[in-house]
Design a protein. Structure first.
Length: 982
């Protein structure tokens, strides 16, 4: 029986490629197969020009009149990758039957059940082409188009003229997003089949273009002959001369595909060239001897189909050799979507698994270590702070596994830099190489040099031979440090793909003995690195975007995901305003490069399918384009900080501000989309004139907005982040009521509230048109798929799977504006709950000011299940920090007020289901837009040790932990008695 966790992951597998031996991905070079030690030989140059390539494609003109699919890429996946077996049958031509006249080939494509899937048609070339066809027969050049059922071309097959050894090139559209049936397509040559001459065998070598510069051409221009060095062999065919079955073997000799021609009767075989071919993706039938039958008798057995093998195998040991573990935050989600898009372009099979915290990471680790087929593990916003090379995780020596860490959390564990060759850390390249080299030396000393001599020990006792070896070892250490930092363990995008060199201790290495002071200096240096507090570097989505830039595969979708990752970091106070401004300027240049300046207004869509991105100024009002202006300002932490909206006096000041700007109360209470255009156009100017009088001097910041054509109004990056973040946090697992349009000021007659009900990928697909269905990713898990009653494990309760469902709902909403806009209502309800709870805390004076922090304990109320979520609890803590930054009690010295202003917050919420408290620690910066490093990770560990209680870090953030309800008081006392360094 499979666990619900495994079945859930299984349904989310991406079987995009039928060739699992292909290895491609970030920072991983493709292993060259040993089929041919040299590259493929130069193609034979025939005496005839490839004249079909120089003529205008008439078939393209014909098929362009048919209604195309929304995305030819989806048609390609449906046609070639959605079935385990394809049946290709050539149609009978009457002239070919009666007079042997060779006509243009036409084929139909169906699955093994006879369901039509598409067509193959050879392009007609007029009278001269017909004459050449009769004269040269199988030596002739031709080009054929593979189409889906709607008649949209998805692939082109081209064969130049050849006397003996023929070649075929396979082409596809350069970009599916650029597809337009009215224009001439730009084709990308990505594959080749080459016949190898042999007197009595049929031999073919099959090549794929290695990633690099594309081989592009249009259908009307002379087709290029690709350079030899751009292709590498991945399969071969070697069968007898009269064979009707062809088996494709990879470099290991394993069968990866099977092609068989069916016998259709003597009449067809003798008088026509028609045939029926069966293409099986995977091993074909095998001839085995039955022990119960006479010797020599054989029968055929069928291997499991691809979907059958995926169903019967473990989700971590089937189908995919590349596994992506993703933390449950918006940045990691966007990075996962970007990597998935890059893998899909290469047809690389992979699997994505959401991991909310260390307990689930440990569960996944056990399955990973037991999976012999897994060769690449990618960790997004997780694993950086864990010693992955330790025995607790994956061990110091793991030759079959390659781990790539893309984590924005800092600091990264030094063991990931220096302990194992198979762990590669991708960062932004901003770390000081010399400092990292020094840390590597100290880390090596602390790890491998436990022995030292006392300060008063005679140095003459040291063996001179050992001293010489130690000096040489020091030189090697310096060389090691230089190599390691420069080449690779801490890999920076664009620094090359040289293999990192790691140094390991062997039994022949003589430990270097040092004085106690030297040893303690190394200890202090390592301890200082770990105790510096947690902070965030470049977003994981930004790192993946740089990778896509190096690969020359950037597009608007990848750029938008990178912008969302950056915006999420800024709106959740993970990076400072200065850091955000730096990255925003870089993305602004990318937006200008990929999106030409529109001629019309920047706030209107130019075309029905316009998905452009434009720079814009974003107000610090919560979802103001989708809310009322009053509510947007009321739920803004920045406005709350300056006006004190939790008090009646603060709310009157907000009303007075709007009145002074010239907005009446009814205008501020109606949705922003329904406001007068004059008021919306003058909003920024009126705010600039009046808001400074109320201390609101930083009301906007540079951001971006994206159009969605006629499907929706443009959506800003901040609004998209709020919607996606709300889906990941509370799309399911907690009951929350959302307000529907018409409820305000109207009562039930005009509208009302309703309980939010999340729609999974399958439920959303039911409400879409057929054209929209074709554009969807494989559907995410539904509630029933999360934990079937028959297969549920006792160790993994059914209710604990809400975060998996939320992840896939948010994942699907990234490129679907419909669910994303619906999620904005959920974000509004979430912010109402935060403001409601925060206002109640301040009004009831539930904030206790201790010596070095402020503490808030939530033990009752209707929203306890909501704030038991660590992300929502962190939002409440951040709102309290912003709201109280400038609202300190009067009196005392300036130094005392500044000290109070910077006191961190500790917020604890009772989880009545588990009888535990979720505790979140948030640092308080002195100025809006600044970010301090979070020291709560070390403080929580110290308090846990002093009070001798059991705590659990349920997320990858060290400032979040779960503690039993009975131990909360002693834990807070121990935290208060700790060192005063926060």
């Amino acid at each position: 029986m499979h666990s619900p966790f495994r079945q859930l992951v299984q349904r989310r597998s991406y079987a995009i490629s039928r060739f699992p031996t292909r290895q491609a991905g970030p920072s991983r070079s493709r292993n060259k197969p040993p089929l041919n030690h040299l590259r493929k030989p130069p193609p034979d140059s025939g005496p005839h020009e490839d004249f079909p390539s120089t003529d205008k494609s008439q078939l393209w003109h014909t098929t362009s009149q048919r209604p195309p699919t929304d995305n030819p890429g989806d048609g390609l996946r449906k046609l070639l990758l959605g079935n385990n077996t394809l049946i290709v049958e050539r149609q009978i031509e009457m002239l070919n039957i009666f007079v042997g006249f060779e006509q243009s080939n036409k084929y139909s494509i169906s699955n093994e059940h006879g369901v039509p899937l598409g067509y193959i048609a050879e392009e007609p070339k007029g009278f001269l082409g017909t004459v050449a066809r009769q004269a040269f027969a199988t030596h002739r050049p031709f080009r054929a188009v593979i189409m889906d059922l709607e008649g949209s071309p998805v692939l082109w097959v081209r064969r130049p003229f050849a006397w003996i050894n023929s070649r075929m090139y396979v082409q596809r559209l350069k970009e599916h997003s650029d597809y337009s049936p009215e224009d001439e397509p730009i084709l990308d040559t990505f594959g080749e089949i080459q016949q190898i001459w042999h007197p009595w065998r049929r031999k073919y070598d099959i090549y794929l273009r290695e990633r690099g510069r594309r081989i592009l051409s249009t259908t009307s221009e002379p087709q290029p002959e690709p350079e030899i060095s751009r292709f590498s062999q991945f399969a071969q065919v070697d069968m007898p001369f009269l064979s009707w079955h062809f088996r494709l073997h990879d470099e290991k000799g394993e069968e990866i595909a099977f092609i068989s021609r069916a016998f259709r009767g003597f009449g067809r075989e003798i008088f026509t060239d028609t045939g029926q071919y069966s293409i099986t993706f995977g091993p074909g039938p095998k001839e085995v001897q039955n022990g119960n039958e006479a010797p020599g008798s054989t029968h055929l057995i069928r291997d499991l189909a691809l979907d059958e093998r995926a169903f019967r195998a473990s989700p971590l040991t089937s189908a995919a050799s590349i596994l992506i573990l993703v933390a449950t935050d918006v940045d990691a989600l966007c990075a996962a979507r970007m990597i998935s898009n890059l893998f899909n372009q290469d047809d690389v099979i992979h699997r994505i698994i959401p991991v909310p915290g260390f307990p689930e990471f440990e569960t996944a680790r056990a399955d990973i270590l037991s999976n012999d087929e897994l060769h690449t593990l990618i960790l997004l916003n997780l694993g950086g702070m864990a010693d992955l090379a330790s025995d607790k995780w994956f061990g110091n020596d793991n030759p079959r596994l390659s781990i790539h860490v893309i984590d924005s959390m800092r600091p990264i564990h030094l063991g990931n830099y220096f302990m194992a060759d198979y762990v590669t850390v991708w960062d932004d390249g901003e770390a000081d190489k010399e400092h990292l080299q020094s840390l590597g030396k100290s880390f090596e000393v602390v790890t491998f040099e436990p022995d030292y001599v006392s300060d008063d020990e005679d140095d003459d006792d040291t063996d001179p031979v050992s001293a010489t070896e130690d000096e040489a070892e020091d030189d090697n250490d310096n060389e090691y440090g230089d190599r390691d930092v420069a080449s690779g363990k801490r890999r920076s995008i664009g620094h090359g793909d040289s293999k990192p060199v790691k140094r390991r201790r062997t039994s022949r290495d003589r430990p270097k003995r040092m004085t106690r002071d030297e040893y303690e200096r190394h200890q202090d240096r390592v301890a200082k690195y770990y105790m510096q507090g947690s902070f965030h570097g470049q977003s994981a989505a930004g790192t993946v975007y740089i990778l896509a830039t190096v690969l020359e595969r950037v597009d608007n979708d990848l750029l938008w995901y990178a912008i969302l990752g950056l915006t999420y970091q800024y709106t959740t106070s993970r990076i400072s305003r200065d850091s955000y401004t730096t990255f925003q300027a870089i993305y602004n240049d990318e937006v200008s490069r990929l999106n030409p300046t529109p001629t019309a207004s920047a706030l209107t869509s130019l075309k029905p399918n316009d998905t452009s991105i434009r720079a814009s100024d974003e107000l610090r009002f919560m979802l103001f384009r989708h809310w009322t202006l009053y509510d947007a300002m009321y739920h803004s932490s920045y406005v709350a900080s300056k006006l004190g909206i939790w008090q009646e006096r603060g709310r009157k000041r907000l009303t007075g501000l709007l009145a002074k700007m010239g907005f009446s109360i009814p205008q501020t209470q109606q949705p922003y989309a329904h406001m007068d255009m004059d008021l919306k156009n003058d909003l920024l100017q009126r705010l600039s004139d009046v808001a400074p009088e109320y201390g609101l001097v930083e009301l906007s910041y540079p951001s971006f907005i994206r159009s969605y054509g006629y499907r929706s109004q443009p959506l800003s990056a901040a609004d998209a982040v709020e919607g996606i973040s709300s889906l990941m946090d509370v799309a399911s697992g907690v009951k929350i009521e959302v307000e529907i349009e018409g409820a305000r000021n109207g009562g039930e007659w005009f509208g009302g509230g309703r309980v939010w009900e999340a729609k999974s990928g399958r439920e959303v697909a039911k409400n879409k048109t057929e054209g929209e269905k074709a554009k969807q990713q494989p559907p995410g898990p539904t509630a029933n798929a999360l934990a079937p009653e028959d297969d549920a494990e006792e160790s993994r309760p059914r209710e604990n799977h809400w975060w998996i469902k939320n992840f896939w709902i948010a994942y699907d909403a990234l490129d679907d504006i419909g669910p994303l806009r619906e999620a904005l209502n959920l974000a509004m309800s979430l912010h109402r709950a935060i403001i409601r709870q925060g206002t109640s805390i301040i009004d009831k004076q539930d904030i206790k000011t201790m010596r070095n922090y402020r503490v808030v304990i939530l033990s009752q109320g209707p929203d306890l299940p909501l704030f038991a979520h660590p992300s929502v609890l962190a939002r409440l803590a951040l709102w309290l920090v912003d709201a109280l930054r400038d609202r300190l009690p009067s009196g005392g010295t300036a130094g005392t007020r500044t000290q109070r202003k910077g006191l961190p917050f500790v917020v604890a919420c009772l989880n009545e289901t588990t009888d535990t408290y979720m505790v979140v620690g948030v640092m308080a910066s002195w100025n809006f837009g600044d970010v301090r490093r979070n020291d709560f990770g070390a403080a929580f560990i110290g308090a846990t040790q002093r009070c001798n209680t059991q705590t659990q870090h349920t997320s990858f953030d060290a400032s979040v932990l779960e503690i039993p309800q009975k131990d909360l008081k002693i834990f807070l006392d121990a935290l208060c008695d700790g060192p005063d360094d926060l």
